[in-house]
Design a binder for this molecule. Structure first.
Ligand SMILES: [Zn+2]
Length: 415
């Protein structure tokens, strides 16, 4: 049967899946501790495989342990449309981060199955291994291999804190397939996720149409002055590294404010030496995190950051050095796939806004090799990576409905 434009997912069934799987690694405070490839992760992986098989799917694995649940299409030569996210969590994670994207995919499979709808493309729901990076760093390791950001050798060699490598954990759990990670074909990828920020809730919008992921740059800054006696050194004769750093931190804040509301700047770590209450500090180290959705604007912010520090150092009589430690370019999702998300939200009558993701997701790496889009739904106070993480059933249902219709549009319009 062809799909109907008023077709909807079963919201209560999706909610009950979210609550049922939250038992695997459930914490007393209502969160989840389900580290990648742990016993709890094995349980939820088995649940996912069995649930999808009961919906008529075939479940396979690639060499990074990514799980693919495939519902056949009428034209099996077409590459599948993928839906996915991750089932692993932080040690004190919540019930929605990642899980909603996989179980939202299960809700799509269930809707297609119970309405006996056939699609041209096969539809696949993917559970990416080790997205959180809580057991094996860095985050998004397996989707990173899929997208070509990491080699498989690097990913499989990553150790946990007991020295067990991801490769060893994969062999032990048995969730590993013959297919080389990254060789799995796909014509589109959709990921549903909680926003992990406060914007949708504050603006009372149900759906975030994610345009991409902002660019980020990290720096280490060292300010060098002169240790001196707090009681004998006149104010005009000091080279105070901490006072200078305080002004620099204010300057870093101003750089982002110059590019409001999208520019972001954060100083998250500060160390001061010699750290004695009657010594003028001679050395301060702090970190800077700059972000903006546009690579070009971030470039300008970086220039302003350097100039600001130069001016302050000159007026305060200190030396300074800046070393860049990490950069990540902006990601722009596929315009056609993004338009499917936007139209679906519109057709279903949900309030929506364009949004740029501030956090990393599997979709970032998948987007390197497959046309990709994401759907955000609000979460309570924007809180995430926390046992208190929460979302409303009607928002969760809305997100999965948008996912379903984006997939149906992709099925009719993409080759
Ligand atoms: Zn996530």
């Amino acid at each position: 049967m062809p799909a109907q434009s008023n077709m909807l997912i079963d919201g209560p069934a999706l909610w009950s899946d979210l609550m049922e799987t939250a038992r695997f690694g459930g914490t007393p405070k209502g969160g989840i501790c389900r580290l990648a490839l742990s016993d709890e992760d094995k349980s939820v992986r088995t649940w996912f495989a069995q649930t999808c098989e009961a919906l008529g799917c075939t479940v396979t694995y690639d060499s990074m342990g990514n799980q693919f649940a495939r519902r056949a299409g009428t034209c099996e030569t077409l590459p599948p449309i993928m839906i996915g996210s991750h089932l692993d969590t932080q040690p004190t994670g919540g019930k929605f981060d990642g899980i909603l994207g996989v179980l939202g995919g299960v809700a799509v499979l269930r809707a297609l199955h119970s309405a006996d709808v056939s699609t041209r493309h096969p539809i696949e729901v993917v559970n990416w291994t080790n997205e959180e990076g809580a057991r094996f760093t860095p985050p998004m390791l397996a989707s990173g291999v899929f997208g070509g950001a990491f080699t498989q050798e690097f990913a499989r060699s990553r150790p946990d804190k007991n020295g067990i490598t991801l490769g060893e954990a994969l062999e032990q759990t048995g969730f590993v397939g013959e297919e080389d990670c990254g060789k799995h074909p796909a014509c589109a990828y959709f990921e549903l996720h909680i926003e992990q920020g406060p914007v949708l809730e504050a603006e009372e919008k149900t759906i975030g149409v994610v345009q991409g992921v902002q660019a980020m740059r990290w720096y280490d800054v060292t300010v060098t002055g002169q240790d001196a006696h707090a009681g004998t050194t006149p104010m005009t004769m000091r080279s105070d590294a901490l006072w200078s750093a305080a002004r620099m931190i204010d300057g870093v804040h101003q750089v982002a404010m110059n590019h409001a509301p999208d520019g972001l700047s954060t100083v998250g770590i500060i160390e001061c030496l010699p750290a004695s209450s009657n010594v003028i500090p001679g050395s301060v180290h702090f970190t800077v995190d700059l972000r903006h959705p546009s690579d070009g604007t971030l470039e300008i912010m970086e220039k302003e950051f350097y100039q600001t520090l130069e001016a302050i150092a000159a007026s305060c009589g200190v030396e300074f050095s800046i070393s860049p430690t990490w950069t990540s370019d902006a990601v722009h999702f596929d315009p056609l796939c993004v338009s499917f998300v936007e139209k679906s939200a519109q057709n279903l009558g949900y309030s929506a806004r364009k949004i740029v993701s501030g956090a990393g997701h599997d979709a970032v790496y998948v987007a390197r090799v497959v046309p990709t889009a994401m759907v955000f739904v609000p979460c309570w106070k924007g809180i995430s990576h926390n046992e208190a993480e929460s979302a409303e059933p009607h928002d969760v249902t809305a997100g999965a409905n948008v996912l379903l219709h984006a997939v149906l549009q992709a099925d009719s319009e993409m080759a």
